[in-house]
Design a binder for this molecule. Structure first.
Ligand SMILES: Cc1cc2nc3c(=O)[nH]c(=O)nc-3n(C[C@H](O)[C@H](O)[C@H](O)COP(=O)(O)OP(=O)(O)OC[C@H]3O[C@@H](n4cnc5c(N)ncnc54)[C@H](O)[C@@H]3O)c2cc1C
Length: 456
């Protein structure tokens, strides 16, 4: 079927306002665009209701047309990029927060609500939605669930999936179903709500979610400790975990990242080769106590330890941290960043391995990320127009995946497999484990039309 025939048929079914007259280029890319990932599609559909999504999926299933669910398009794995053509199904018009129930510590939100809105609404009601992936103004709650997104505070609070009580989703061949719901516990049946978490649009289209909230911490304070060597910095990460000081976030930046993101509030001290950032939260007294204990652990061997007592100064450190990914991209115009994860005590080996692989491929490399979770954004930088460097970076990424698995870790800690890591699951899953993955996919999507070419 031609693109214009598909668009006409879908417009007749859903209404003209739900089908774009053409296929704008920005619906064909996500945050992997700087490494040259781009797709093509016959139509972009922006349904207004879950029922319309069910109609769109039913039409696609009937006509053998691939369906690519799309949230905010901030994914780092090419998951929302339509690689086998078909219909891009944008969730951006499903923006209703159906209810915020402060007394029940719960929110019921449509999939297209931006992550930042969920967090802001929780705060306005004295509550806290802890998942804090970096592109919160652009990413959607549905996209966060579909990728099981993490973020700095996953160290204390866990990743997105731990805050999902239930989902409503459209599954093949176009049926609206509910898995879980507003209850806090549900031991009946298989945990299909959790199966949707991290499924990257390959099992169904998430339309709404019941989210669990908790009372907001009164205060959040930060500590930043600069070290002269990678080795001492990694020791400090291990020491704070082993000491039992309950920090809420535990992040790191290596020397190369500090060079790229040099505008740290208060400046980067001469000779700094590693930065450890921690957050302490809770009541005012508890946040101050945890911060002070963390300072004690961090001080030995540090070049400088900043522990501002003002929450505003602490917030400035974290808003700088939010800009690190963009600062690294800006260094040469392009970057390839993976999100490997290793047991936290092997962080140093993973960072050194990233530098060694980069050097062998003639690429400037750096790492930063969620130290407490052993989750690194191992990165190769290159000029955006340098296609040959992109090829070298892709080859380097293959070695990063093997490195992660050899260190006892995983090829993805938070961004998912998407397109850029598809076919690599065999590196860490047994043949039987892989066969079970395929059987799950087959049960949910027998015609392989839901985000084909991704994940498996
Ligand atoms: C600057 C920056 C910082 C980032 N920081 C973090 C971070 O700290 N932690 C982290 O985990 N990620 C981070 N990311 C990656 C990204 O923001 C997350 O993966 C996010 O969860 C993607 O959400 P999205 O709405 O943009 O999804 P998209 O990119 O649109 O889609 C991602 C995947 O989810 C699927 N999908 C989207 N919506 C639905 C739905 N409703 N139903 C079914 N499938 C769906 C898509 O098909 C695709 O496979 C960052 C990205 C950027 C650009």
């Amino acid at each position: 079927m031609t693109g214009s025939a598909a668009r006409s048929a879908l417009a007749a079914l859903l209404g003209a306002e739900s089908v774009l007259p053409n296929v704008p280029a920005h619906y064909l890319v996500d945050a992997t665009e700087s490494r040259g990932v781009r797709g093509s599609a016959e139509a972009v559909v922006l349904p207004e209701t879950a029922e319309d999504i069910a109609h769109a999926v039913a039409w696609c299933y009937e006509h053998g047309v691939p369906i690519v669910p799309r949230g905010g398009g901030t994914g780092f794995a090419g998951g929302a990029v339509p690689v086998e053509g078909g219909v891009v199904l944008g969730l951006e018009r499903l923006r209703q927060v159906r209810s915020v129930q402060p007394h029940a510590w719960r929110m019921h939100a449509e999939a297209g609500v931006p992550t930042a809105t969920v967090r802001r609404l929780a705060r306005e009601n004295g509550l806290f939605f802890p998942p804090d992936p970096g592109a919160a103004e652009q990413s959607h709650i549905g996209g966060n669930i579909a990728t099981n997104a993490g973020g700095p505070h996953a160290f204390k609070y866990g990743v997105t999936g731990e805050w999902v009580l239930g989902v409503e989703a459209v599954v093949a061949p176009g049926e609206l179903v509910t898995f879980g719901g507003p209850v806090r516990k549900d031991a009946a049946g298989y945990d299909l709500a959790s199966l949707m978490v991290g499924s990257e649009g390959t099992l169904g289209v998430i339309t709404t979610a019941w989210l669990r909230l908790i009372p907001a911490p009164e205060a959040t304070l930060s500590v930043a400790a600069f070290y002269p060597t990678l080795e001492r910095g990694c020791e400090a990460v291990a020491e704070v975990i082993e000491s039992g000081v309950a920090v809420a976030a535990l992040e790191f930046l290596d020397g190369g990242t500090l060079t790229a993101a040099h505008s740290f509030p208060g400046g980067v001290p001469q000779g700094a080769a590693f930065l450890v950032l921690a957050n302490a939260d809770g009541s005012f007294a508890e946040a101050a106590r945890v911060r002070d204990e963390a300072v004690e652990v961090f001080r030995p061997g540090a070049l400088r330890v900043d522990a501002p007592s003002e929450q505003k100064a602490a917030a400035a450190i974290w808003s700088w941290r939010d800009g690190v990914s963009l600062a690294v991209t800006a260094r040469h115009g392009g970057k390839l960043s993976e999100d490997i994860v290793v047991p936290f005590e092997r962080l140093q080996e993973a960072i050194e391995g990233t530098l060694e692989i980069g050097a062998r491929y003639g690429l400037e490399a750096c790492s930063w990320g969620h130290a407490g979770d052993g989750n690194l954004h191992s990165t190769f930088m290159f000029a955006r127009e340098d296609e040959e460097a992109v090829v070298r970076a892709e080859a380097g990424a293959e070695e990063l995946f093997s490195l992660a698995v050899a260190l006892g870790g995983s090829i993805s800690g938070e961004h998912g497999i998407g397109l850029t890591k598809r076919g690599r699951l065999a590196l860490q899953w047994s043949p039987r484990g892989l066969a079970l993955h395929r059987a799950v996919k087959q049960a949910f999507d027998p015609e392989n039309l839901l985000n084909p070419g991704k994940k498996l």
